[in-house]
Design a protein around this ligand. Sequence first.
Ligand SMILES: Nc1nc2c(ncn2[C@@H]2O[C@H](COP(=O)(O)OP(=O)(O)OP(=O)(O)O)[C@@H](O)[C@H]2O)c(=O)[nH]1
Ligand SMILES: [Mg+2]
Length: 455
Amino acid sequence: MIKITLFQAVLYSCCVLVVFCVGDAVEAVQYQAHDEDRTPDHDTSTKHGVAAHEPRSSTSNAPHPHEGSGYEQYRGFMNKLAQFNVDEYVDLPMIAVMGDTSSGKSSLLSMISMVELPSNDKLTTRCPIRLQMHTKESKSATVKIIWKDIPEGPDFEFIPRKVTEANWDDLTGYILDAQKHIVAKRNKEAARDVVSVEMTCPHCEDLTLIDLPGIVRSHGKGESAGLSQDIEALLSDYLTNPRCVILAVLPANVDFHNSQIMAEALKVDPDTKRTIPVLTKPDLIDSGAEGGVKELLLGEKTEHFEIGFHMVKGRGQEALNKKTTIEEGLAQEASFFYNKEPWRGIEDKTLFGTTALRVKLGKLQMKLIRLSFHNIVSEMKEKRDSAVSSRQELGVIPSNLTEKRALFRKVTDDFCRSIGPLVFGGQLIGGGGKHFGSKTLCRVSFGIESVSGDS
Ligand SMILES: Nc1nc2c(ncn2[C@@H]2O[C@H](COP(=O)(O)OP(=O)(O)OP(=O)(O)O)[C@@H](O)[C@H]2O)c(=O)[nH]1
Ligand SMILES: [Mg+2]
């Protein structure tokens, strides 16, 4: 019997969304056709980047994001797809932060987004946190959960939390609430469900970034033995997406060649087209070892990374304990790179600092989206067509109990008719090699009929 899978059903509804979203994007592009193209064709920081090699699909007729300035609509479209879990079926472009636990991933995202994420020596990230940032004069944010694999039921409800300028400081608590809610409902220490934070603020870069739990090799007191496998499986979802840029975070005072995230990244991205190693904690490098880290940063010590290395300095635990603000942290970072050798002497200032990384990632994301847009639309159309034809093969779907009973009776009749000859020939063999007799089959048949009832 032909079965319509949950996948096809979800995809079908997503495709309806595509039709609307593509329509919106096309309209926006046409409307702004005379505007200046804001996409950085001359962008040198990312010209060899991840998707620069993605060939354009010949099946899509939608305009290319190069062809107009409707970039925000394209980005809105990608964000909507992610909100509807389309990334379960089609690889979406994204930038995800990965690395060992406590390597400084959340600290880095806090500095980029200017929002305090759950991050310190005790608070660890336990599920993906997607930060969707938009530049706007007013400050606002919504925190919600995108559940994976399960229909949203009352047991999993999490009422979206909203913040405005007036209660902006509550945002961190709401993100934590959402993470705790996922962990509690899933009864797991690390889960695939996503905490989604959509935010606007004047200092935000137009950027969507994902913070992920850190790799752990053993479990701590009170943690389950399956924690490290759960995290590995979760990271694998992101690593294996060929459209995902891997921000591989590693502390500058740890040997690069022993880094697990670098090993994982090189397995899935051997040409290093979509991996950006980000060195953190430069303030903790042993005195005298800075020269080696400088060579690493300049790309003189390893295989060639197409998008290059980057280095940031976050707030250490002591600074967090002293309630150093993000603004103060950014100022201290700028002063650190400006005053301290060997960083001070490096000519290419785009290699370090949170501000430079923010700009780099903004441009990279724009490039990623515009280069993959057509292929994504084509892939969705193909999947939609296949779902539609499977749906058509199903024929008329019964809508009430009488029709359902009639269909059930037809299926059981067909079933009994097709196994009848086998029974009477004494050929039907059950589990353990047992032969079913005609009496057993009659009982089965009677049972089926009594379940189906009168139609
Ligand atoms: N000295 C120093 N400490 C840092 C720096 N960046 C982060 N830290 C500290 O490193 C610790 C871990 O930081 P997090 O940002 O929570 O690390 P994470 O990688 O998100 O950790 P998980 O979510 O557990 O995987 C915190 O105590 C931070 O204060 C840095 O540049 N220098
Ligand atoms: Mg973290």
